[in-house]
Design a binder for this molecule. Sequence first.
Ligand SMILES: [Ca+2]
Ligand SMILES: [Ca+2]
Length: 78
Amino acid sequence: MLNFFHFSAVQIPGAFGDADCDEDIDLGDHTSLTECLAGAAVTPPMMIPDCLNAFDSDSDGDVDLQDAAAFWSVFGNP
Ligand SMILES: [Ca+2]
Ligand SMILES: [Ca+2]
């Protein structure tokens, strides 16, 4: 029996640093990082729900300078 369901181009949310899910880490993502960067032990702005998914590299519930350093280490990568 043929299966007519196709699941191509499925985006997997939570790829570190790729806030806009376009499969690169570029200036657009950097802009999102600056909006999410709230500091140590501070929950990022609630209006940007993907901050932690995209930028919380150490999964401690904040977006701080450690997470920013991790972002900059991969900045420019596809
Ligand atoms: Ca991106
Ligand atoms: Ca963090």
